[in-house]
Ligand binder design. Structure first.
Ligand SMILES: [Fe+2]
Length: 466
């Protein structure tokens, strides 16, 4: 009898112990989205409408054109002929119109021939100023505007939108609409990769790159989108003779990579207001001695937290991901770069790729050296928060299978489409909020106050005890 009682205690102890070992540190949201297929909007949808008039400019988009934010690259497509490659631009309330001349290119992809893709760099802009700009000629002239960022500095507030894996479904349209209608107005979009999903069509039907450009124009023409390359930008299709990766992406979208000393458009950095943003490529070599590795090694010492307190990294494939989808795909890059992120106190890493949402605690996993067995992530106040925001709403649908139990490092996860806003207030505080598409525009389903790792490195992810 005594022995039985002792056995029961032993079993209970073991059960309790295993519960403690595997207890869920984070929160798996109880919100369950209705399972529906994500369907691409048909070609005759109003969001894909071609602007009226012969050869009218379409697919207008802008991105930052230099390191500091005093230059903008304006891009657009003229479908039938070269047309004008000039951008007319002027400051609000100024009658003096300035002119910049761009260049155009075209490309072929299997049986598709692109329109004339124009890119025009506008330089020497004034900070914190509204500019109007115009492309096209005669009756097809089209006018847009943008705001330049404030001068790079530590205490200028600035608000970034975060969108990933957008595609062109009805859900994508909802995500973009919610972003546009957010009461916390994003001033620039940090896009974490996977744009059009044209490669899901037979022969990568590049007409779906054009439709995406027209769909997103209502945002991309008015505020810069900072591009990260995703796997759906590769368009590597040797079976149809298309063996040059990133061909449509590099012809259509520009990044200011040369300004930050990069040698390829897929990894680069910019400063924007109070933030230093490093963009990495999951799909370019990053092993030791490679161009991307060498560039990043030289980039970190250039980060000046007195000038730009907030250090943000964008990459497509997440390093910490507790969904079944793309599980551990980011692992090799994590092994290469994570110690640098901790040493340099990166504030936050935004990734896409997994079509769901997840936010981590501040954790690192850099102690492991193959033989010492220290292979679990630990709480680390010098480490970034990792956020997966690949929930734009593309044709491939939601990633709703999660690894169980939820790892302790995972603070919040939910399989819903949406977007996020990262709102920098000053050198110490930034407010972050994730928004799911099912909610009203003002509702944030997951929020966090970020405390800057350089200026105010107090624990801002206290729920995780390693
Ligand atoms: Fe992806």
């Amino acid at each position: 009898m005594g022995l039985d009682f002792f056995s029961v205690l032993l079993v209970l102890g073991l059960v309790l112990n295993s519960l403690l070992l595997f207890c869920n540190g984070g929160l798996t949201s109880s919100f369950v989205r209705k399972v529906e297929k994500s369907i691409d909007m048909p070609l005759d949808s109003d969001v894909f409408r071609v602007p009226p008039g012969y050869n009218a400019p379409q697919q207008v988009h802008i991105t930052q054109g230099d390191v500091e934010g005093k230059a903008v690259i304006v891009s657009w497509v003229t479908p039938e002929a070269k047309g004008s490659n000039t951008v007319l631009y002027w400051k609000e309330n100024s009658s003096k119109k300035l002119r910049a001349r761009g260049k155009y290119n075209t490309y072929k992809f299997y049986n598709y021939t692109s329109g004339y893709i124009h890119h025009c760099l506008i330089r020497n802009l004034e900070y914190d100023t509204k500019y109007y700009y115009e492309v096209g000629v005669g009756k097809t002239k089209r006018k847009f505007w943008f705001y330049t960022p404030p001068e790079v500095g530590p205490d200028v507030p600035y608000t970034f939108g975060l969108i990933g894996d957008l595609g062109q479904t009805f859900d994508s349209n909802m995500t973009l609409t919610h972003y546009e209608n957010s009461p916390t107005k994003g001033q620039a979009v940090l896009f974490v990769g996977d744009i059009s999903y044209a490669d899901t069509y037979p022969n990568h039907d590049n007409n779906r790159w054009d439709t995406w450009g027209r769909f997103a124009e209502r945002s991309t023409a008015y505020q810069p989108w900072i591009w990260t390359a995703g796997n759906h930008e590769m368009d590597f299709a040797p079976e149809i003779g298309e063996t040059k990766p990133f061909k449509p992406f590099t012809h259509r979208y520009r990044t200011p990579y040369r300004a930050s000393g990069s040698t390829e458009p897929f990894w680069y950095s910019i400063k924007r207001g109070p933030a230093h943003i490093i963009v990495l490529s999951s799909y370019s070599a990053y092993g030791k001695y490679t161009p991307q590795y060498t560039w990043l090694e030289e980039e970190f010492p250039k980060v000046n937290r007195t000038e730009t307190p907030w250090l943000i990294v964008l990459v497509h494939s997440p390093w910490y991901n507790s969904y079944d989808y793309h599980f551990m795909e980011g692992e090799t890059m994590r092994v290469m770069f994570e110690s640098w992120f901790v040493k340099n106190k990166v504030d936050v890493v935004f990734a896409g790729h997994v079509h769901a949402y997840e936010r981590s605690e501040r954790i690192s996993n850099i102690a492991y050296n193959v033989v010492n067995g220290n292979c679990s992530p630990v709480k680390d106040q010098s480490a970034p928060v990792y956020i997966t925001i690949g929930d734009g709403g593309n044709i491939e649908g939601l990633a709703n299978k999660m690894t169980e139990p939820q790892p302790k490092y995972s603070a919040f996860r939910e399989a819903s489409f949406g977007h996020a806003i990262f709102s920098i207030k000053n050198r110490t505080h930034a407010h972050y909020g994730w928004h799911r598409n099912q909610d009203g525009c003002a509702v944030q389903a997951d929020t966090m106050w970020f405390h800057n790792r350089f200026w105010y490195p107090v624990d801002d992810s206290p729920s995780f005890d390693s």
